[in-house]
Design a protein around this ligand. Structure first.
Ligand code: PEP
Ligand code: MN
Length: 339
């Protein structure tokens, strides 16, 4: 961080600021100029709030050089993190992982059948919501524990690790017992108390979706919350953000892939289903994500989308899912990765 102190600054104000920095364990190196003095801060500046520093009377401006996150920061952890989900590895130069399954678990038979279908298509993990965050309280809220147990049954017959959304602290124990990867949905990305509990109470891999109106840095700070509380196993998931565009459900921000890889060492996967909201767009978005370097895709699949309890419009039928994976495999080869 670099602080510029005003010319003719009040010495008492400068002394107060220096004392404050010293108390926070941050060192200073000064360059004296004819118009202003510039202080370069050394040490751990993540504890500092640049707005609070700028509030000092003597300060002309403050520029943050290093990001506020430490544990997620590529700068302090140059090598890619690879997350192992019961044998399925995501990140680095590992194969691109496809996660497939319905938006919501609707009954045990359907999830078991779909688990076999997505596995045969080439998926390495099964998705399916048991606790559903719905905009309307009158919409299907998910099968809850029964849905989790149906996912467990699907894992038992296929061997696919399961990924499902956790909505509240009360579910942590249940997920710790049964689930392989815990999804934190867009709506909970900034539920900081929940993120802290997840860090403290589990080391299961967390799939952290980007909130629909959150910046990349806010998203990384949420990963930092989980990591700083004790769980280093975070996979980021871009699922589209809200923009002025109404043609698609959300706007898929593919530029996050190289940006996340530059800023962090965490794996990043793409959810083309929620990003587009339209099954006809899911293949194009998936192929683009693979070409851009995504470490995985999470895709909604359903045998009878017209009758799906949620998100039918964006679900692929298994046949289209197979075609998508075949095409994605060819693109992955071009960039030197497998699927
Ligand atoms: C989901 O995966 O079904 C879901 C609700 O996702 P998001 O939190 O991205 O909306
Ligand atoms: Mn959904």
């Amino acid at each position: 961080m670099i602080i510029t102190i005003k010319r003719n600054a009040n010495q008492q104000s400068v002394d107060r600021l220096m004392k404050e920095l010293e108390n926070k364990g941050v060192g200073t190196q000064v360059i004296e100029g004819s118009d202003f003095n510039v202080y370069g801060l050394t040490g751990d500046t993540t504890v500092l709030d640049e707005k609070a520093i700028a509030a000092h009377e003597c300060v002309k401006n403050v520029v943050r050089i290093a990001a506020k996150y430490k544990l997620a920061n590529r700068m302090f952890h140059p090598e890619d993190t690879i997350i192992n989900i019961n044998g399925v590895k995501i990140g680095g130069q590992e194969d691109i992982v496809i996660i497939g399954g319905p938006c919501a678990v609707e009954n045990k038979e359907m999830i078991v059948e779909l688990a076999h279908q997505v596995k045969d298509a080439g998926a390495l993990m099964l998705r399916g919501g048991a606790y559903k965050p719905r905009t309307s309280p009158y919409a299907f809220q998910g099968m809850r524990t029964e849905g989790i147990l149906a996912m467990v049954a699907a894992r038992e017959t296929t061997g696919l690790p399961i990924c499902t959304e956790l909505m509240g602290e009360a579910q942590i124990e249940e997920f710790e017992e049964h689930v392989d990867m815990i999804q934190i949905g867009a709506r909970n990305m900034q539920n900081f108390e929940l993120l802290k509990e997840l860090g403290k109470r589990t080391t299961k891999p967390i799939l952290l979706k980007r909130g629909f109106s959150n910046t990349i840095d806010e998203w990384i700070m949420s990963a930092e919350y989980i990591m700083a509380s004790g769980n280093p196993n975070v996979v980021l998931c871009e699922r589209g953000i809200r923009t002025f565009e109404t043609e698609t459900r959300n706007t898929l921000d593919l530029s996050v892939i190289p940006i996340i890889k530059e800023k962090t060492h965490l794996p990043i996967i793409i959810d083309p289903s929620h990003a587009t909201g339209d099954w006809k767009l899911v293949e194009a978005a998936s192929l683009a994500a693979v070409a851009a370097g995504a470490d995985g895709l999470i895709i909604e699949v359903h045998n009878n989308p017209e009758c799906a309890f949620s998100d039918g419009a964006q679900c692929l039928k298994p046949k289209k899912f197979i075609t998508l994976i075949d095409k994605a495999r060819k693109i992955a080869q071009v960039i030197g990765r497998g699927i």
